[in-house]
Design a protein around this ligand. Structure first.
Ligand SMILES: Nc1ncnc2c1ncn2[C@@H]1O[C@H](COP(=O)(O)OP(=O)(O)OP(=O)(O)O)[C@@H](O)[C@H]1O
Ligand SMILES: [Mg+2]
Length: 298
């Protein structure tokens, strides 16, 4: 039994695709803006789902290749003991492009990592964070990596669930990426995509395949989530679980976060400029939805 029927998802894409092209998704409940994905709620007679609309791809073959990579990624994560939220991929043709959706059941409010840890002291949060660290430690290899950030995990009763499978960090033994990420960077303005592909992408991807990179990302991201108070006391645990040598320090986490925030701000500024050019000079609809400006905690 599919989670969501094909006709339901087609009707959904008709509306959402049009809203994206018009640059106004006011009628939708957007549960998450990724760098390239938007996650939107879909309510059906069978329950509530999250439909993640990945960047439109140029051909059916690349959409199918992407869906295959996502399926392999889920299997590989499962094999390392990660409890991945049930995920269905759907490919639709829309306005001359191929749109890939990842559909998942909507998780209970309050179970998502940041909500779950909000209001907890570092001491109270520590055992939960340790569980995440252990899952990361058990799955990161040169060929596989989860995106270990807190927002990609949910605490559902006894279960620790992982939900972010739209970017399959999978490489072969020679270090070649299984997915053509340059397809995804099409969402960026062309000169930026070229710079990202040439200078930034490999470094970003390498970071996921390293326990040190995962630790820095996880801890730095707590600042962005407004949980900056609890991260310094968690550093010794990160050093212990990931066996980091030399150990990471608070200064290193802050520097990592700052550089990540700068990259993100640069990309968002370039995308807003690109949207302005589309609308005002080219007089074409801008084909992506951009996240609202976010205030990052310092
Ligand atoms: N199944 C789900 N139930 C409830 N909320 C979800 C679910 N899946 C995703 N979300 C919310 O949407 C956010 C973004 O989803 P996800 O992490 O899958 O993609 P992303 O990080 O935006 O993608 P990208 O890798 O392109 O940056 C999550 O952090 C979470 O807050
Ligand atoms: Mg995510």
């Amino acid at each position: 039994m599919p989670l969501v029927s094909m006709s339901n998802i087609e009707a959904f894409e008709d509306r959402l695709g049009a809203a994206v092209r018009a640059g106004d998704a006011g009628d939708f409940e957007i549960v998450g803006y990724g760098e390239i994905t938007i996650a939107v709620r879909l309510t059906t007679a069978d329950g509530d789902f999250v439909c993640k609309r990945l960047a439109p791809l140029s051909s059916r073959a690349s959409a199918e290749g992407f869906a295959d990579a996502i399926a392999q990624y889920i299997d590989a994560l499962h094999a390392c003991g990660i409890d991945v939220v049930e995920t269905e991929t759907r490919i639709l043709e829309s306005d001359g492009c191929w749109v890939l959706y990842c559909v998942q059941p909507m998780l209970t409010p309050g179970s998502l990592g940041p909500d779950f840890l909000r209001g907890k002291s570092a001491q109270e949060a520590a055992p939960h964070v340790r569980r995440i660290f252990e899952r990361i430690r058990g799955s990161v290899t040169p060929t596989l990596a989860p995106d270990g950030q807190l927002s990609n995990w949910a605490f559902e009763g006894e279960r620790l669930r992982y939900l972010d499978v739209g970017t399959p960090f999978l490489r072969d033994d020679e270090g070649n990426q299984l997915c053509d990420f340059t397809e995804i960077t099409r969402a960026l303005p062309r000169p930026v995509a070229a710079v990202v592909a040439r200078f930034v992408l490999k470094g970003i991807l390498d970071n996921y395949h390293s326990l040190r990179g995962q630790a820095l990302d996880f801890l730095g991201n707590l600042i962005k989530e407004g949980l900056g108070d609890i991260f310094p006391p968690l550093i010794p645990m990160a050093n212990e679980v990931f066996e980091l040598s030399p150990p990471i320090t608070e200064a290193e986490v802050r520097a990592h976060y700052k550089s990540d925030a700068q990259t993100y701000a640069f990309i968002q500024a370039a995308r807003r400029a690109d949207r302005w050019i589309h609308r005002n000079l080219l007089r074409k609809p801008y084909p992506y939805l951009l996240p609202p400006r976010i205030e990052r905690s310092a």
